[in-house]
Design a protein around this ligand. Structure first.
Ligand code: UD1
Length: 334
């Protein structure tokens, strides 16, 4: 089976490509290298001992996409390629809406032209907004997104649902990720944000290595067990495996799955766990809340277990160890 992976050199994409190759799939990657590096190609080949085809192209270029489909004729598409920085999406909404929506529209149009009817979409728990109940099930209300990035995820879900209504043969799996962290155990691939990280884990590891001075914890007056924000952190390798399960168990229609562990950890829990596992101090200070943040968010992942046979295997200590191992390896390579 041949799978086209857009954004296959990015953080989640690269780990998914590894899993696909290791499980005997033929893989074609399209990546424009906007937020990823060409070095990842060799790293994936070292990890898997397998080869794959790469097109350095933008999915927003429909002519190129058509050409790639005419050559490759993939059986299924996993669509990761998107802009993902929340703060940047607020200052550049047009860029975010254009890129994150046009890419999906192009893909769907070209897929239908070539009779490719299996689509896996990279969505986010952000579509639930500020959840009314916890843990979050797939039945929970969506909407109330607080930034253009989050809105593009929700709009993509709506677009895909409408395409399925117009063409029931077009099957869609929407995977709503909670907070992906960690890295491949080899330390060869992981998360490498450009510039100063916005997300918690990339920030913690850079404070640990001394690249950044101190972690700012955004608020300690939330209604949580220690006042800091609670999230469901999930190892990126577990997340990657969820995509294989989605392909293997794809049903007709549109299916929605939460990919999380079901466990909520606070920011302070994360700092303590990191320090314990890696034996390194992470200095921090408490600052004001970050606008748009919610108090608590964790998944009920039981639907993915029941229907896809998927559940997260890695625990918080694995995530801490692998995130740090990756950044240490990056520093060695410099
Ligand atoms: C963020 C995005 C979300 C996106 C996800 C992708 C926002 C509001 N939401 O989720 O839409 O899908 O990333 O991974 O940005 N924290 C600190 N100090 C820091 C960084 C974070 O205290 O320097 C805290 C936050 O307040 C939060 C927790 O750590 O409580 C996790 O934050 P983060 O890693 O940015 O993820 P989310 O905000 O959950």
């Amino acid at each position: 089976m041949k799978i086209l992976v857009t954004g296959g050199l990015g953080f989640i994409g690269s780990h998914t490509v590894v899993e696909l190759l290791e499980n005997g799939y033929e893989v074609v990657v399209i990546d424009a290298l906007y937020n990823s590096s060409i070095d990842v190609v060799d790293k994936i080949k070292i990890i898997t001992g397998k080869d794959f085809k790469l097109y350095v192209e933008d999915v927003c270029n429909k002519e190129k996409l058509d050409e790639i489909f005419s050559i490759e004729k993939p059986d299924a598409v996993i669509h990761f390629a998107a802009y993902k920085a929340v703060g940047e999406s607020v200052s550049k909404p047009i860029m975010y809406y254009r890129n994150n929506l046009v890419s999906t529209l192009n893909l769907c149009e070209v897929m239908q032209k070539y009779g490719c009817n299996k689509f896996v979409f990279s969505s986010s728990a952000t579509v639930y907004g500020d959840p009314e109940v916890l843990p979050i099930t797939e039945e929970c209300k969506v909407g109330g997104t607080t930034n253009p990035y989050g809105s593009t995820k929700l709009m993509n879900e709506m677009i895909l649902r409408d395409i399925n209504i117009s063409n029931p043969e077009f099957s869609v799996v929407i995977l709503r990720y909670f907070n992906p962290i960690g890295a491949h155990k080899s330390g060869l691939i992981g998360e490498k944000p450009n510039g100063i990280p916005n997300n918690l884990m990339p920030y913690i590891v850079r404070v640990a290595t001394g690249e950044l001075e101190i972690l700012s914890i955004f608020g300690n007056d939330y209604p949580t067990h220690d006042g800091t924000g609670v999230r469901d952190y999930i190892h990126v390798v577990d997340l990657a495996k969820g995509h294989l399960k989605a392909i293997e168990n794809m049903k007709s229609g549109v299916s929605y799955y939460n990919l999380g562990t079901g466990m909520g950890y606070s920011v302070l829990d994360m700092v303590k766990a990191f320090e314990k596992v890696n034996g390194v101090k992470v200095p921090y200070k408490i600052v004001d809340r970050r606008p748009g943040d919610i108090a608590e968010c964790f998944a009920d992942p039981s639907k993915a277990y029941k229907e896809l046979g998927w559940k997260a295997e890695f625990g918080i200590e694995d995530m801490m160890r692998d995130s740090y191992n990756f950044i240490l390896k990056c520093k060695e390579d410099k």
